[in-house]
Design a protein around this ligand. Structure first.
Ligand code: HEM
Length: 209
């Protein structure tokens, strides 16, 4: 029971992040009869989307959604005066896993070298490269080891979201809503604005006590 109490944030994020993987597995056929071969199930996409388009859609959307949520946590913490590094770590892992999956699907379908044929893919690729060290260092051990450099390294997440938004904007898919959410988050992080929120909370607490 204590375990559930302490880790409920992690558990909820893990469930939310892994459930859509079932949608992906429903679109793929594994054949073990001659080693392992993987193929797409025809017509598994919804609407006028092919199965491959649907795979890009699901994986790309979850990658950008988790990335947006992770970057929105600090502004939310500023407004409500809470911190939960544990949940942030779980959400960071979800972001990286969905982005890697999105890229793996691309490599499987088009080949690695195809990445360098379009500016939007290159932008996405650099974002994926940035996520690799972020993924491996989003734990307490690395935090202690890297000290002040840890924060510097983690701030590359801003570059990753910028490049990801660029990738999606050039593809002419849904990007504006994510840009607005992260943009508002950045405004809340500006020290003057941030202090306003902190002081407002302090004053309210004093009035209530
Ligand atoms: C090497 C890196 C990447 C490659 C090669 C790549 C490739 C692709 C491709 C081929 C599509 C489908 C385009 C279409 O349907 O016309 C796509 C869509 C998309 N990608 Fe990526 N991508 C990469 C990285 C990323 C990253 C890092 C993110 C976000 C974190 C991302 C988010 C998206 C989104 C949101 C879509 C639109 C999905 C939709 O609504 O249909 N991609 N990407």
């Amino acid at each position: 029971m204590n375990f559930l109490k302490r880790n409920y944030g992690w558990i909820i994020v893990t469930i939310l992040a892994t459930l859509p993987m079932l949608v992906i597995f429903n679109m793929i056929k594994f054949d073990f009869s001659n080693g392992l071969s993987i193929s797409l199930i025809e017509g598994a996409g919804s609407g006028d989307k092919s199965t491959l388009e649907m795979l890009y859609h699901v994986s790309g959307e979850f990658a950008i959604r988790w990335m947006t949520v992770v970057l929105t946590l600090t502004p939310v913490f500023i407004i409500f005066g809470v911190t939960n590094l544990f949940v942030r770590q779980a959400m960071g892992i979800a972001t990286a896993v969905w982005s890697f999956l999105h890229f793996i699907i691309f490599i499987w379908a088009e080949g690695f070298l195809e990445t360098f044929t379009q500016v939007n893919y290159i932008a996405g690729f650099i974002a994926v490269l940035i996520l690799i060290p972020l993924f491996f260092t989003s734990n307490r051990k690395s935090m202690k080891l890297l000290k002040t450099n840890w924060k510097k390294l983690q701030s590359f997440a801003y570059v990753a979201i910028f490049l990801s938004l660029l990738h999606v904007a050039i593809l002419d898919k849904t990007w504006l809503i994510y840009a607005i959410i992260t943009g508002v988050g950045f405004i809340i992080r500006i020290p003057v604005v941030k202090n306003k929120f902190i002081n407002f909370r302090k004053n309210r607490r004093m009035v209530n006590s």
